[in-house]
Design a protein around this ligand. Structure first.
Ligand SMILES: *[C@@H]1O[C@H](CO)[C@@H](O)[C@H](O)[C@H]1NC(C)=O
Ligand SMILES: *[C@@H]1O[C@H](CO)[C@@H](O)[C@H](O)[C@H]1NC(C)=O
Ligand SMILES: *[C@@H]1O[C@H](CO)[C@@H](O)[C@H](O)[C@H]1NC(C)=O
Ligand SMILES: *[C@@H]1O[C@H](CO)[C@@H](O)[C@H](O)[C@H]1NC(C)=O
Length: 961
């Protein structure tokens, strides 16, 4: 009985279908644009802005990539030329377009006067002797540029053709359809990225390719990518770099391309941090050095005043740190001074004509929270907690500010709890969930994301930019999967798009469990004992790598080069990291039990350490070393927030392979650190009890020394089957351990509690394992999840029913979180709900234990109270008890980086535990849950009736009947 709204279907009908302007076969209403002997002439009026002519040249070369013949760029229509013609320009600016419009031939009313819009249409007889032309008319210069790159994409050139070697499919001919296309303004006005934390990866690549200077040759590549991704805003590299100084051509280059430059949150007035140190007279201290700082600001404004600039306002301390002395009143004074300098130097009186932003990063948010006045025309740029969880979104009385609001988000970070800047660890659908909230809360002026070195974060960046450009295609929880399919089709072709969707969704879930940098030797993230968690997690990585490798193997060479960078490498490198740390953990676990296979695990760990380096080399030698340096980031051996000085092999334990222990056979039981003979030299070991609804039971036999060790196992009941009843362990090698799987024929087991004895013998040694059996019966009428070993675990989306009320219902976010998916209330614009009137989720559970102490564990997303007036909360009740509300996120500001916050970031979720008064009786129960605010995301529920064990992910989901 599920009543989850099928939103994807409902909304698909309403959203506009992207017109397919370009076709690859002749047909009615199609005009031939290019074939293997001819490519179009792209006509750009001589008075057009330089960025449009430059992008036209890119499109001309893109035709060369697709059909093998370059197009040409011309400034006038050449009557009598036989080439197909594309006319591109800015409405109201291009002489050519103006003529067409005033002659009544071209209608631009759909886009005229709008921000970054364009219309593309086939026009008959644009001029004497020119039978037809494709006209791309931009409402402004970026509108025209995006119209050109739209043609590039449609003919088959990905924005990633250079930065990730996305292959270009050759075509024998290219047509344009009569249908035409109108593209309105982007969803977010300023969209872009911040190149940051650029050492050692990007900086060593720049060293090799650009003599170590982040110069205009480097930025040319960055800006082209930004525009092809339909972006318009960049914050440049800043650690020891000065965009405007390192190459005097940089500022003009950005302007010519049509890129709006900003500077990071601690680099106001378009001056770099390095300049604060080198070019400022006196100290970077407002209290004591006001006049010199004003001069310093004025120089920055003067330098960039003729270029498109989004001015970063305010001030922080030295370096990227808080200032010990700055107060809210100082900040007000500083921003007022900056505004006045901008007005004077830009000769603009209307402040709202000057793009200005104040980044509410870490401590400065305090000033604002305590009532600091920020001029209305300054954009408030809200941030995440550096780990993808928004700290704040605009609240009711902030949504109408002239300067609007935006989001500064992170896909890469240097700082606590640990850096993450090696390879992609972003769960795309989590980014969607947070940005969807921001969009619905009207943070639509700026979306800017920190992309570290840029490469190795291609996919989250492409996703972010596409959301910012056209959020209409991202309005449903399923839209992320739809996006991956479109994106994969663009890079690698439709044939493997389903596999790529599957791989990236699984990769997102596995990395959401723990970022690579957060893997440690002790404690290891995943439990080696309970729920076979560490081993199961690794097995899932292994399966994922197999899928990715098989997909890679099916590709042609050109596609492989790109697929390796974008898909196979992160899976392979990620699996190797997780495998390495899992082997290190197993090494310790086995050594504790005296297993001789501890030594094998140690050798495997060492081999994985070497393999990690080989995978890096493989990336670095790809495509004749084009990307050499990009995987240089240290990633193994973190012990604090800061990276280790190099990759450091974790510690290993070797044990004697001619064990001093008396016997030679050992036994380990599932879900327990107890083993024979190490932890207890007993000859009777009791396993945890087995029920018809339990997961598969097993135990391990292992050798305590090298050699051949025979074993036999017998049972005292007929209904127990074993995967092996006799054999030999052989060491050294991978046959020194064997897992014996127990299968029970429950039909033959007596009702209620009983037990079976399993007798394991080797030579003169005999050990008895007792397997308690508990044949519970669940009433046939019961529908829900059944307890196993003291706990019931339920995926949030596996509810019994989901209600709807007040126009509010629940939606599943597929592939969200650490195990399967998540639920959230919908729509994001809903008001606060309550348990008395809001829609409820119902979960039915059947417990077989009567427990005096019981609790429910709710696993929530790591989201923050991003609206201080409406903290995140849910309510719960059991069997009709009075509903209780729970606030699970930090009440204190997050930017104070408490240990609770660190735990939420490390685990990528909040855990809320509630105690059941008076425990719980065996039998059927109904749990009701109400998610009361739009930002509440529920992943899992675990009812603990006394058997829940420590682990990262909780028990496997309980059986549902
Ligand atoms: C197109 O022009 C570029 C730049 O001159 C050149 O590198 C490329 O080889 C040309 N492509 C074709 C197909 O001629
Ligand atoms: C400042 O702007 C005004 C009005 O647009 C204009 O008349 C004046 O020439 C400008 N002054 C300078 C120095 O550019
Ligand atoms: C906006 O609302 C919040 C919460 O009610 C309040 O603290 C703040 O002072 C308000 N701001 C303005 C500018 O009215
Ligand atoms: C794994 O389980 C053991 C035994 O229950 C526990 O002591 C340990 O803290 C757990 N480790 C993790 C990472 O959950």
């Amino acid at each position: 009985m599920r009543s989850l709204l099928k939103l994807s279907c409902l909304l698909a009908a309403a959203s506009s279908v992207q017109a397919q302007l370009v076709q690859f076969s002749p047909g009615p209403g199609n005009w031939k644009l290019a074939d293997q002997s001819i490519a179009p002439t792209i006509v750009v009026a001589s008075n057009e802005r330089i960025g449009v002519a430059r992008a036209a040249q890119d499109l001309a070369w893109d035709f060369g990539r697709v059909v093998g013949v370059n197009g040409t760029v011309a400034t006038s229509l050449n009557n009598g030329s036989t080439s197909p013609v594309i006319i591109v320009g800015t409405i109201g600016h291009s002489k050519l377009l103006n003529e067409l419009v005033s002659a009544g031939k071209l209608d631009v009313s759909t886009v005229e006067g709008k921000w970054e819009s364009y219309t593309s249409q086939v026009l008959p007889n644009p001029s004497a002797g020119v039978p037809w032309a494709l006209v791309v008319a931009g409402s402004d210069r970026r509108g025209a540029i995006y119209g050109l790159y739209d043609v590039s994409e449609q003919i088959g050139v990905s924005p990633w053709y250079w930065w990730a070697d996305a292959p270009v499919q050759k075509k024998s001919s290219v047509y344009v359809s009569n249908a035409g296309k109108v593209q309105g303004p982007p969803s977010i006005k300023y969209r872009g990225f911040f190149i940051n934390d650029e050492a050692p990866a990007l900086s060593s690549w720049v060293q090799k390719n650009f003599n170590g200077v982040f110069n205009s040759d480097y930025y040319r590549l960055v800006f082209e990518l930004c525009l092809r991704l339909k972006g318009n805003y960049v914050w440049p590299a800043m650690w020891g770099k000065s965009f405007y100084v390192d190459d005097a051509k940089n500022g003009q280059l950005a302007h010519d391309f049509g890129i709006v430059m900003g500077t990071s949150h601690h680099e106001p007035m378009a001056r770099s941090e390095k300049e604060q140190q080198n070019s400022l007279k006196g100290d970077w201290d407002w209290a004591t050095n006001k006049e010199n700082i004003k001069t310093f600001f004025t120089q920055g404004i003067q330098r960039a005043k003729n270029w498109d600039t989004y001015w970063t306002m305010g001030m922080r301390g030295k370096g990227d740190a808080a200032s010990p002395t700055l107060k809210a009143a100082d900040l007000e004074e500083i921003i007022a001074a900056q505004q006045s300098l901008l007005h004077q130097n830009l000769n603009v009186t209307k402040s709202s004509d000057i793009p200005q932003t104040w980044v509410l990063y870490k401590e400065v948010i305090d000033y604002y929270a305590s009532g600091m006045k920020v001029p209305d025309d300054v954009t408030l740029l809200w941030t995440d907690d550096n780990s993808g969880n928004l700290i704040r979104v605009p609240i009711a009385n902030e949504t109408n500010r002239a300067g609007g609001a935006g989001v500064y988000y992170h896909f890469d970070y240097v700082g606590g709890p640990r850096n993450y800047k090696w390879i992609n660890t972003i769960q795309l659908v989590k980014t969607w969930e947070q940005m969807h909230l921001a969009y619905n809360k009207n943070a639509r002026q700026i979306w800017l994301v920190n992309v570290g070195d840029l490469k190795l974060l291609e996919i989250p960046l492409a996703h972010f930019m596409d959301m910012a450009y056209n959020f209409d295609r991202h309005t449903t929880p399923a839209s992320t999967t739809d996006w991956i399919k479109r994106w994969a089709t663009q890079q690698f072709g439709a044939r493997i798009s389903d596999e790529t969707v599957d791989i990236l969704n699984r990769y997102g879930i596995l990395t959401a469990r723990r970022k690579y940098e957060l893997l440690s030797e002790t404690p290891f993230a995943f439990n080696t004992t309970n729920y076979d968690e560490a081993q199961k997690n690794l097995a899932q990585w292994g399966d994922l790598l197999n899928t990715a490798q098989m997909t890679y193997d099916s590709l042609d060479q050109a596609t492989r080069t790109s697929f390796f960078q974008l898909v196979l490498h992160p899976v392979m490198a990620g699996k190797t990291m997780v495998d390495l740390y899992t082997k290190v953990a197993m090494n310790k676990f086995y050594a504790d039990q005296g297993r001789v296979s501890a030594n094998l695990a140690a050798e495997q760990a060492r081999a994985l350490f070497r393999q990690d380096a080989e995978i890096t080399t493989r990336y670095h030698t790809l495509n004749n070393g084009k990307w050499n340096g990009f995987v240089n980031q240290q990633h193994i051996g973190y012990t604090s927030w800061q990276e280790p000085s190099g990759n450091i092999m974790p510690n290993l334990t070797y044990i004697s392979d001619s064990s001093a222990l008396p016997g030679s056979l050992g036994i380990g039981i599932q879900g327990s650190s107890m083993s024979y003979p190490r932890s207890r030299n007993l000859t009777l070991l009791t396993m945890s009890s087995h029920m018809p609804y339990s997961e598969v039971r097993s135990f391990d036999l292992f050798a305590l020394k090298n050699g051949t060790i025979p074993y036999t196992i017998s049972t005292n009941t007929s209904y127990i089957s074993l995967s092996s009843r006799s054999g030999s362990l052989k060491g050294p090698g991978n046959q020194s351990d064997v897992r014996i799987v127990i299968t029970v024929d429950w039909a033959k087991v007596p009702a209620g509690q009983s037990s079976s004895l399993l007798t394991v013998s080797s030579g003169s040694e005999t050990v008895i394992l007792r397997l308690p059996l508990d044949k519970v019966t669940v009433p046939a009428s019961f529908k829900g999840h059944v307890e196993s070993n003291g706990a019931v675990a339920i995926e949030a989306s596996h509810f019994f029913s989901a209600g709807s009320a007040n126009g509010v219902s629940y939606v599943e976010i597929p592939n969200y979180g650490r195990t399967l998916s998540a639920l959230k209330p919908w729509p994001a614009t809903m008001g606060s709900q309550s348990a008395s009137t809001g829609p409820a989720l119902k979960y039915n559970v059947f417990t077989t234990t009567t427990a005096a102490k019981a609790k429910i564990v709710f696993m929530m997303s790591a989201s923050h109270n991003h609206d201080p007036t409406r903290p995140l909360k849910f309510a719960w009740s059991v069997d009709g008890s009075e509903a209780k509300e729970v606030r699970f996120a930090l009440a204190n500001p997050v930017y104070k980086e408490s240990s609770a916050w660190r735990k939420a970031v490390v685990e990528n979720g909040w855990t809320a535990e509630v105690l059941l008064d008076g425990g719980i009786k065996a039998g059927e129960h109904e749990i009701k849950v109400w998610l009361l605010e739009p930002g509440v995301v529920l992943q899992r529920i675990v009812v603990d009736v006394g058997g829940l064990k420590p682990s990262a992910l909780g028990p496997l989901e309980s059986r549902r009947v």
